[in-house]
Design a protein around this ligand. Structure first.
Ligand SMILES: NC(=O)c1ccc[n+]([C@@H]2O[C@H](COP(=O)([O-])OP(=O)(O)OC[C@H]3O[C@@H](n4cnc5c(N)ncnc54)[C@H](OP(=O)(O)O)[C@@H]3O)[C@@H](O)[C@H]2O)c1
Length: 274
């Protein structure tokens, strides 16, 4: 079925649902009447219907019965409650026959949805916050019941949000930690603060850091596999860059980043069992 004939049920009308609505409507990938959003908070539903002109309902069951792609957009600790509600209110396997679940909740595995129907197609999707500008990176894992045609539709649905990275589900937790912007923001903030500490005013330090990072990204994009060479070339022995590098190494910069990603990955995986 072409995407413009689909109805998307969004269970949970919070931040990530707003990102999905904003991107898919602004890019005209979908139209407002192709969405139905459920959320217990009536003022939130009013906000979404006023701003996006989408259908809204206070109960999940009526949203799910109206949608053929069902997005589970609630916080991880609420997912089990939603699955139990849907399993008890919609026990008929036939009702799930033409539906597909898209689960965006961090750490929640596709297997947890088999309670709804044993052969239910499930997609685990993880857009990062930058997806709202179209420059995100989105992890996508598909279970074996997702057909080739459904997969194409899901890839098209997420295309306006950024780079789609298809992967085995076991890697989604790593991706969650690796794609959070906060590690990058902290590095940017630390660079700006260091410039200020060394005597620059904030606007000047910010401008220098912005262009240093933007320029480094441009050069790296032209030579994606050559980071070692780029570092060596920019840091001759005894020079300024080499002094910066050896100081970062003495504070175990790389180990700190590696440990941050490892712990973030663990945290994401822990949501499945909490
Ligand atoms: N934020 C991100 O950038 C991002 C990125 C990727 C994935 N995700 C995932 O997206 C999911 C949602 O995150 P979010 O940031 O959108 O959270 P959020 O802003 O808190 O939105 C969740 C919404 O679900 C509502 N809700 C609570 N219980 C419900 C229920 N039983 N049925 C239906 N709706 C219910 C909440 O209402 P109340 O506020 O009244 O509880 C809230 O409006 C999370 O699992 C997160 O891991 C988020």
């Amino acid at each position: 079925m072409p995407l413009h004939e689909r109805t998307l049920a969004l269970v949970g009308g919070g931040y990530i649902s707003e990102v999905i609505l904003t991107v898919l409507l602004n890019t005209r990938t979908m139209a407002p009447d192709q969405f139905v959003v459920s959320d217990p908070r009536l003022e939130r539903l009013r906000y979404l219907s006023d701003n996006f002109r989408v259908h809204t309902v206070p109960d999940n069951v009526s949203a799910v019965t109206r949608g053929d792609f069902v997005f589970i957009n609630v916080l991880p600790h609420v997912v089990e409650e939603v699955i139990s509600e849907l399993a008890s209110e919609l026990p008929d396997a036939d009702m799930w026959a033409d539906r597909l679940i898209v689960t965006v909740a961090a750490g929640i595995t596709m297997r947890q949805y088999s309670r709804l129907s044993p052969e239910l197609p499930v997609v685990r999707a993880l857009p990062n916050p930058q997806s709202q500008t179209g420059s995100g990176v989105i992890a996508l894992a598909f279970n074996s019941y997702v057909s080739r045609a459904q997969k194409e539709e899901i890839l098209a649905l997420f295309a306006p949000m950024g780079e789609r990275v298809e992967m085995e589900e076991q890697n989604v937790d790593v991706m969650t930690a690796l794609s959070t912007p906060v590690n990058v923001y902290l590095f940017i903030q630390s660079m700006i603060d260091a410039g200020i500490l060394a005597g620059l005013d904030r606007p000047t330090s910010t401008r220098i850091v912005l262009h240093t990072i933007a320029g480094s990204l441009e050069v790296w994009k032209r030579n994606m596999d050559g980071l070692d060479g780029l570092i060596d070339h920019a840091a001759p022995a005894g020079g300024v860059s080499e002094a910066c590098l050896s100081t970062l190494a003495s504070f175990q910069f790389s180990q700190a980043v590696s440990e941050a990603i490892r712990r973030g990955t663990e945290r994401s995986a822990s949501f499945a069992s909490s």
